[in-house]
Design a protein around this ligand. Structure first.
Ligand code: ATP
Ligand code: MG
Length: 351
């Protein structure tokens, strides 16, 4: 069942800036596992404008998917969440998504029609038992029951055409196993766009595809975004994709956003030691082939019963012992629209 337990009843109404479609404020998500608690998201805040693409990047286990699943209300029942997720609905109403029952009618109406999500592995998003046309049509039937059978089929055909599936009249009646991986991802994008959502979460949408198909899918998402004016939360490990797709970037580490800025700021003026490490680990065109790629030592630890500290301190080469490992670090503004969670900013940044 889809629901995340709340610590206490939350207020339904929420405020939001006029230009924003989503504001996540101080989001904390804990996952109760057997005899311990994972602090998977530890106070995440960000906002998104209409039509903006925000890249959420960071290594495996940083809390990117838990954050996005909380927005969509599909966390498992062993999760508790607190904070505010203010969302502007199509009818103009602002609602705190965290206050809604996640398996209730209102959230069901929002999920799919207003907020949609594309997952990493398209095969798992489709049932092998029904045709592609049937599964795409289901979304329209669910959210717009007044639309007739023939009109649903026409809309599905038009959507399949739009995402570049050749011969859609034949493909619409085929089963998922008859589609290639790239075609399935296109079909999944078509399914998510059937009800014209304002907000799309794309969680590693191209990781399972080969490079040429990846490029095609990214181009497709860009052109559909231009056409429909959606906001996209784009989750990826791939910084190259971020540079190509996003307006702004939030770098996540161990459940916190450690750096936030425009693509320009993050790529040309990275400040957090973690962001710098991620960028240094990218291969460069002019790099000597013999030269080894930079590696950030260690791994993302499990965020079990986290004490206040900078989550990155154990792997950080410029950690200040007695400060970074004993207290949470606040985000500091370094320039307009660019903030960093690092004590080294007090002395002009990590070198
Ligand atoms: N259902 C779950 N039960 C237990 N732990 C979970 C569950 N889902 C996520 N976690 C843990 O929460 C933390 C954050 O996980 P999350 O899936 O958000 O990472 P991620 O940044 O999306 O990683 P990836 O890049 O591998 O997808 C991890 O430590 C993960 O092990
Ligand atoms: Mg993930």
């Amino acid at each position: 069942m889809w629901f995340t337990r709340r610590k206490s009843p939350l207020q339904r109404e929420a405020s939001i800036s006029p230009e924003n479609i989503l504001e996540v404020r101080d989001l904390k998500v804990n996952i109760n596992v057997d005899d311990y608690v994972l602090n998977a998201v530890r106070g995440v805040s960000f906002s998104m404008k209409k039509g903006e693409t925000l890249g959420l990047v960071g290594e495996s286990g940083c809390g990117k998917s838990v954050t996005s699943k909380t927005v969509l209300g599909i966390n498992p029942s062993n999760c508790t969440a607190e904070g505010t997720i203010a969302f502007r609905k199509k009818n103009g109403e602002i609602v705190n998504l965290l206050s809604l029952e996640q398996d209730g009618d209102e959230f069901r109406a929002i999920r799919g029609a207003e907020i949609a999500m594309i997952f990493q592995e398209p095969m798992t998003a489709f049932s092998p038992l029904y045709t592609i046309g049937n599964q795409l049509g289901e979304i329209i039937r669910l959210h717009e029951p007044e639309v007739g059978k023939a009109a649903v089929r026409d809309r599905v055909l038009a959507m399949l055409k739009k995402v570049g599936i050749a011969n859609p009249e034949k493909r619409i009646d085929q089963y998922p196993h008859e589609f290639s991986g790239g075609m399935l991802q296109r079909a999944l994008i078509a399914m998510m766009l059937c009800c014209n959502p304002d907000f799309l979460i794309a969680d590693e949408p191209t990781t399972a595809l080969d490079v040429t198909i990846q490029a095609q899918i990214l181009e497709l998402m860009k052109s559909l975004q231009r056409e429909f004016g959606m906001s996209i939360l784009f989750i990826t490990h791939d910084l190259g994709t971020v540079a190509n797709m996003c307006d702004n970037v939030a770098v996540m580490y161990l459940g916190e956003i450690v750096e936030y800025g425009s693509v320009q700021q993050i790529f040309h003026n990275p400040q957090h030691p973690y962001t710098r490490g991620l960028l240094r680990s990218l291969p460069k065109m002019d790099q000597n082939r013999e030269e080894k790629l930079f590696v950030i030592d260690g791994m993302v630890p499990l965020p079990v019963n986290m004490k206040p500290c900078c989550g990155f301190h154990e792997r950080c080469t410029v950690c200040i012992k007695g400060r970074c490992d004993v207290a949470n670090i606040d985000l500091m503004n370094v320039e307009q629209g660019h903030s960093v969670r690092c004590l080294r900013m007090e002395e002009g940044g990590a070198r």
